[in-house]
Design a binder for this molecule. Structure first.
Ligand code: ADP
Ligand code: MG
Length: 697
């Protein structure tokens, strides 16, 4: 325990270190920037940079980097050393305020969705003082935003920060109506990260895993997750050692890793940190993912972060626990007294409105080639966005909306006007609905659609902006209301909003066959694939939303849509090529070789013992040759469609083709190969199978 306290945050230039290392005037001014968003002067930056450099060098750092998140979603870094040669042949270590606050990576190789022509490729990175600098592998990493010289965001962080600013402004208008002073409002995020660990020995033999992050072939293992023994089960020693080192490294980096356990599928695990400011939490999640990959190699393991490394067993998600906090007070906590209940109901109604109005954008934020294998109501939510409020809160809403007969009775009158009566038990509400994509869990919402590989900036940016819009509408309407009428007007507003958006609330089983039918009746969107989900990003409604709150302008929205489309198509292209290559070079030859071996044996047996019953061998031979023919047929079809798709220049059309024409053929091809896996002799099968990979010692 004391060890944890000794190491926690030692590699982070956090508030504590700042206070220790900076002159008090500089510290105060920097804190103003961090907490209140005040602009940072160069003279302050110079002092901070010097202190940061001294601190980093003491801890063994030799380089610094601006650490940023281009539109690929993963982090980028270019290391510069602190070294500055001087005339007498020696060198000193320098780091200026300018180097701290601004950098100029050559940005031409990052995806920009056509936003930045390569001839003026220069973008710049700018320090985000709200996320602390840290040391990773002897490099001082400075979290930065990445923009073009014309000011357009080229990264994931900038719009997230802008959306947090929007919610800060609008939430403060609402809080002011409740007589509260101006507060620093931020959104909070706890990102639960799921992942798989498998043996490196198996990994290197699977080109599909190496190239695409998922197995593109593999018959379901004899034993899957049906015994329910893995979830929270005893952790195997190598994994346990991995988890301990991971915790240590994350704690040093100030990442509050809190919970670790085995997940549902064999080889699947989860790490959940304590929640923090959403911007910092996204940075920390990216660091966590990076450390997981790195540290697994110390134990002969490989960390798979793909949404669906293995068919037939659960894939991995990243639950996005989200709330809004004002000076540390959780605004989605129902609270204890009537007025905070009313405030809670205003915020709750705001979330309901935001999720209903922008359900398609939220769905879009979780869209990726990998996540398409996971969403769909078997193991993860369906592609339909709905909200679960739980029994108690659901009842309160029903009563307020007033169309639930059961509650029109005595209880209704009690609750009717009565957010005052909102019971306190909500906080301890353990009523969970694991099938809902967006569930209220006592004092926060859990958005369960995002995939394990995704950068959570996108969904939080959308949630925050949509919520800012709800709050703005409330404030616009209420600011003119006389103080003595505010409470009643606010209650009426809440009722009206909940009534208007009631369709998004669904407390039933999201995995049931009836739900998509009911959802269609309610008019809820159901975009099953990434290709179907992406276009809403560039709808007028979406552009209007982002422009209204200065989160993204139209050009930025369009470029992001382009990048997502291209990424989807490129991923599919890689997967198709991998599939074809494996079938041609590995699977068909293996099947043919095994068939030839049988044929040869058969022939020998017939020579030696003509009267022997060889029907079993003959049947097997026939099954193998039939199987190879089916594989060949699907392979030819896939090849033809693949080449046709490459002729389609329009990226949306190509994505549609991938999603609706090509993926079904890939599924057929896989099925045909998998059917052979279980009849070909083990020694002939070219790769480790699910049984071997998932149940390693
Ligand atoms: P589970 O969903 O697995 O039962 P928990 O309820 O323990 O998990 O919490 C999941 C995550 O939610 C944790 O990362 C936790 O820190 C985070 N969380 C808790 N409160 C908040 C909040 N107010 N805002 C954002 N995240 C929160
Ligand atoms: Mg959870």
């Amino acid at each position: 325990m004391s060890k944890v306290m000794d190491i926690y945050g030692t590699l982070v230039f956090d508030e504590h270190t700042m206070q220790e290392r900076l002159p008090s005037a500089t510290y105060k001014r920097l804190l103003k920037t961090i907490k209140e968003g005040a602009p940072l002067d160069l003279d302050v930056a110079n002092v901070v940079a010097h202190a940061m450099k001294e601190w980093a060098i003491e801890l063994g750092a030799t380089h610094y980097t601006h650490w940023f998140q281009p539109l690929s979603g993963i982090t980028s870094e270019k290391h510069d050393s602190f070294i500055d040669p001087i005339d007498d042949g020696h060198a000193i270590m320098t780091f200026s305020g300018k180097e701290l606050i601004q950098g100029e990576p050559d940005a031409s190789s990052f995806p920009s969705g056509g936003l930045r022509a390569t001839f003026e490729a220069r973008g710049y990175t700018a320090w985000d003082p709200t996320s602390f600098a840290f040391i990773k592998d002897e490099v001082l990493c400075i979290p930065t935003a990445f923009c073009s010289y014309t000011g357009e965001a080229l990264d994931k962080k900038t719009p997230l920060l802008r959306s947090m600013k929007a919610i800060d402004i609008q939430a403060n208008r609402v809080l002011a109506l409740f007589g509260e002073p101006h507060q620093r409002v931020v959104t909070t995020l706890g990102a639960e990260q799921e992942y798989f660990l498998i043996s490196e020995k198996d990994f290197v033999k699977r080109l599909d895993l190496v190239l695409t992050g998922r197995t593109m072939f593999g018959y379901s293992p004899c034993k899957g997750q049906e015994l329910e023994e893995h979830y929270f089960g005893a952790i195997r020693p190598s994994v346990n050692n991995f988890m301990k080192e991971l915790d240590d490294e994350l704690w040093k980096l100030g990442v509050p890793a809190k919970t670790k356990h085995n997940e549902v599928a064999p080889c699947q695990h989860e790490l959940a940190p304590l929640f923090s400011n959403a911007n910092r939490a996204v940075d920390q999640n990216l660091l966590t993912m990076e450390e997981m990959k790195l540290l697994a190699s110390h134990y002969g393991l490989v960390c798979l972060e793909h949404e669906k490394p293995f068919e037939h067993i659960n894939g991995s998600g990243k639950h996005n626990n989200w709330s809004i906090s004002a000076n540390g007070k959780n605004l989605l906590d129902p609270g204890e007294n009537p007025i905070s209940n009313l405030r809670f109901m205003v915020f709750l109604a705001g979330v309901v409105q935001a999720v209903d109005d922008y359900q398609e954008l939220l769905r879009m934020s979780a869209a990726s080639a990998g996540n398409d294998h996971r969403l769909g109501a078997n193991e993860a939510p369906p592609a339909i966005v709905s909200m679960f409020l739980g029994d108690e809160l659901g009842r309160v809403v029903d009563a307020l909306v007033g169309d639930n007969d059961e509650y029109k009775s005595a209880k209704r009158t009690e609750m009717d006007l009565g957010v005052d009566e909102l019971p306190n038990f909500l906080k301890d509400n353990t009523d969970r609905n694991r099938t809902s994509p967006f569930a209220f869990t006592g004092n926060k919402f859990e958005f369960r659609m995002p995939g394990s590989q995704q950068n959570l900036s996108d969904c939080n940016m959308i949630l925050n902006t949509a919520m800012a819009k709800s709050l703005k509408e409330f404030a616009d309407e209420m600011e003119g209301v006389p103080a003595d009428q505010f409470e009643q007007a606010a209650k009426d507003y809440v009722k009206r909003t909940l009534r208007d958006h009631q369709r998004i609330i669904f407390n039933g089983d999201g995995y049931s066959d009836e739900w998509p039918i009911e959802a269609a009746r309610r008019g809820l969107a159901n975009h099953k694939t990434t290709a179907d989900a992406l276009p809403c990003f560039v709808s007028q409604k979406s552009i209007d939303l982002f422009e209204e709150f200065n989160v993204l302008n139209e050009v930025e929205v369009r470029s992001r849509y382009e990048v997502k489309l291209e990424k989807y198509n490129k991923t599919l292209n890689i997967e198709i090529r991998t599939m074809k290559r494996l079938v041609r070079r590995d699977y068909l030859p293996a099947i043919n070789q095994f068939a030839a071996e049988i044929a040869e044996n058969l022939w020998k047996v017939k020579q030696v013992c003509p009267e022997a019953d060889t029907s079993a061998q003959e049947q097997k031979l026939k099954a193998l040759m039939d199987g190879a023919a089916v594989i060949n047929k699907h392979l030819a079809k896939l090849h033809e469609l693949h080449y046709a798709s490459l002729e389609v220049d329009d990226q949306q059309k190509r994505a549609d083709m991938n999603a609706h024409e090509i993926i079904p053929v890939m599924d057929d091809l896989r099925e045909a190969v998998d059917a052979m896996e279980i009849i070909v002799a083990r020694e002939h099968w070219p790769v480790p199978t699910y049984n071997e990979i998932l149940f390693y010692a």
